[in-house]
Design a protein around this ligand. Structure first.
Ligand code: SAM
Length: 324
């Protein structure tokens, strides 16, 4: 299958615009790196875009993939993009073929109904958070800066990570950290979080959480990743119900993609990839085009470290007469 032979390249338009500061630029004045779309060329090729087709970008972000989709569409083509983060509106593309919907992609089918769209020719998911969300310290996604522990993709609804930690019992906190962070020391971390709460000093801030995790696990010597990385990932997944949203979003995409249309999913950790792989394998309405996921080549990883863990899986909706 041609897709399996495709290799990502590091010479896409995006690596030229990687936002890296000029050599010698002091860190303090280094501008935040803009979001660089991962596996851009592979994802676009995977969608096999028809110039007059109607496509969905389920995760608009900075619009990197969306711009590339529009480049491949002709005047009659159309792109509907989703983002749960209201701040995406400020980056909406000025193009008559483009519509941005502020919604979680788990509402994909209902939102397409509202736009009177019955079927689409392809859907792209590029999961997780964007570089902008990580860089905006006040969103609380990262422990690089001190900020309220929020972590919601859509801060207008649901509960923040701090509220989650303030309201759940020790066992539930430990289970979340274990399941979504794949963190072996989850019980010790949960115990330390709850002990602070009981002492009247609950974890409210990103640096509080990073500190309590580091002390709880007492990681020896130099670590490849910060000891709190897995706990942050776990809380983000829980607060945004990322795995539930992915299952619902895939269901919506599978239901609404027209025969011969493609669904392409870029995931960044094993829990997401497992859901994509299993959903694709078990659904008789689609044919899987990627027996193994497409991953970034060394050039792309060197230019964009976010690409290191990216995995792209692609499926094609089969025509009813071709279905088993
Ligand atoms: C990795 S970024 C996408 C970047 C984009 N492909 C680009 O090239 O700029 C993921 C984006 O999807 C959004 N997002 C994540 N989960 C979502 C969900 N369940 N529904 C809607 N948007 C979601 C995030 O807010 C973020 O802006």
């Amino acid at each position: 299958m041609a897709l399996l032979a495709m290799r990502p390249t590091g010479d896409s338009a995006f690596s030229r615009d990687s936002g890296a500061a000029a050599p010698g630029t002091p860190d303090a004045v280094r501008p935040p790196a803009p979001h660089v779309p991962v596996l851009a060329r592979d994802a676009l090729d995977a969608l096999a875009i028809r110039p007059d087709g109607l496509y969905v970008d389920a995760t608009f972000g900075a619009g990197g993939h969306a711009r590339l989709i529009l480049e491949r569409l002709g005047p009659a083509g159309r792109l509907v993009a989703f983002d749960a983060d209201p701040s995406a509106a400020s980056r909406a593309l000025d193009d008559p073929r483009f519509t941005l919907v502020h919604a979680n992609f788990r509402e994909l089918a209902a939102r397409l109904d509202a736009l009177r769209i019955a079927q689409v020719d392809g859907v792209l998911f590029d999961l997780g958070v964007s570089s902008m969300q990580l860089d905006e310290g006040e969103r609380g996604f990262s422990f690089r800066a001190g900020a309220p522990l929020d972590m919601r993709m859509d801060p207008t609804r649901g509960e923040s990570a701090a509220e989650f930690l303030a309201s759940r019992d020790e066992r539930e906190i430990a289970d979340v950290i274990y399941r979504y962070g794949e963190e072996r020391r989850s019980r010790r971390i949960a115990r330390a979080i709850v002990a602070l709460r009981e002492a009247g000093t609950p974890v409210r801030d990103t640096l509080d959480l990073a500190g309590v995790v580091a002390r709880a696990v007492r990681a020896p010597g130099h670590q490849r990743i910060h000891p709190a990385t897995r706990t942050f990932q776990a809380l983000r997944i829980a607060v945004n119900d990322e795995l539930g949203a992915l299952r619902d979003g895939l269901d919506g995409a599978l239901a609404r993609t027209a025969p011969h249309g493609r669904i392409a999913v870029i995931s960044f950790h094993s829990l997401e990839d497992r859901i994509v792989k299993q959903t694709f394998r078990e659904d008789a309405r689609i044919r899987v085009l990627t027996r193994k996921p497409i991953v970034a080549g060394d050039d792309e990883v060197a230019a964009n470290p976010r690409a290191r863990s990216a995995k792209l899986r692609v499926a094609e909706r089969v025509a009813p007469e071709d279905a088993a």
